[in-house]
Write a protein that binds this ligand. Structure first.
Ligand code: 2AM
Ligand code: CA
Length: 264
């Protein structure tokens, strides 16, 4: 994979995120969302579907041979030219409740779970985060880096309880309590892509969530890695898959501590 092939994809990801962001922002102002429940606490609006169609049409215009994996439309195409991973609205609950924390999340990779391009756009706050392999990470054109915090007792950790898997609540809250007692404070913003972007920008120091879809985190982990952070599966025996990712991410300096905190 040449640098040009990566940077061409990055440009198209930025274009698609900007266009979809403008579309979603306008739809959000109009309101009147038609909601469908996919499963417990998992909703989709017509805007999610239309935004994903828009993103895919822009990608196909430039890279017709690339494979696509979207939250709303699933997988299509052959993997030999790599694949795009799309969440048209990450934080749909925030979107239809008029909370500002939702994002357009677009990644591209050649090998599974090793994203080479990541773009996350929060249209309500006009914050565009992006990274390509070996480019570093950026927010609205300015370089960003993870925090330099080493002392976990000062850390802010994003902890997101398993809202779609209440059967995992007891074990999750046990670990969340451990983290709470050993850190400065906890946060949850309702969009994994946004939370990972905040980690990349040094606004928070760590992240722990179970049962993510890969489309929730693909762009975000690329941005975290390029900003100097680290991530791994929370369970060493369960690697990431398209349908389930248990994620521990951090500024790198507190990664071993956080990983240790979430083991049984
Ligand atoms: P989504 O809006 O694309 O479905 C992981 O936390 C993901 O679950 C988020 O990135 C968001 O993805 C969704 N999410 C987060 N908090 C949620 C909540 N309270 N209810 C439903 N979905 C939520
Ligand atoms: Ca979504």
């Amino acid at each position: 994979m040449t640098d040009k092939e990566i940077s061409d994809r990055l440009q198209v990801a930025l274009l698609a995120a900007n266009r979809a962001g403008a579309f979603v922002l306008e739809a959000g102002k109009r309101g009147g969302h038609v909601l469908h429940r996919k499963q417990t606490n998992d909703f989709v609006t017509e805007t999610d579907k239309l935004a994903e169609e828009l993103i895919i049409s822009i990608i196909k215009e430039h890279f017709p041979a690339d494979a696509v994996f979207g939250e709303e439309t699933g997988s299509s195409g052959k993997l030999e030219h790599g694949r795009w991973i799309i969440d048209p609205i990450d934080g749909t609950t925030n979107f239809f409740r008029s909370l500002p924390n939702y994002t357009i999340s677009i990644a591209w990779e050649m090998e599974p779970f090793k994203p080479l391009v990541g773009v996350v756009f929060n249209p309500r706050q006009n914050e565009l985060f992006w990274a390509g392999k070996d480019t570093g990470a950026f927010l609205n054109g300015e370089p960003i880096q993870v925090s330099k915090l080493e002392d976990h007792s000062q850390a802010i950790i994003v902890c997101v309880p398993p809202h779609r898997r209440h059967d995992l609540a007891e074990s999750y809250f046990e670990k969340m309590k451990r983290i709470f007692l050993a850190s400065s404070d906890l946060r949850s913003y309702g969009s994994c892509a946004l939370e990972l972007s905040y980690l990349a920008a040094g606004r928070v120091d760590g992240y722990y969530e179970l049962c993510l879809g890969y489309y929730d985190m693909a762009a975000g982990i690329c941005i975290v890695r390029e900003a100097g952070g680290d991530f791994t599966s929370a369970d060493p025996l369960t690697p990431f898959s398209d349908n389930r990712c248990d994620l521990v991410a951090s500024n790198g300096l507190i990664q071993d501590w956080l990983f240790h905190m979430v083991q049984a």
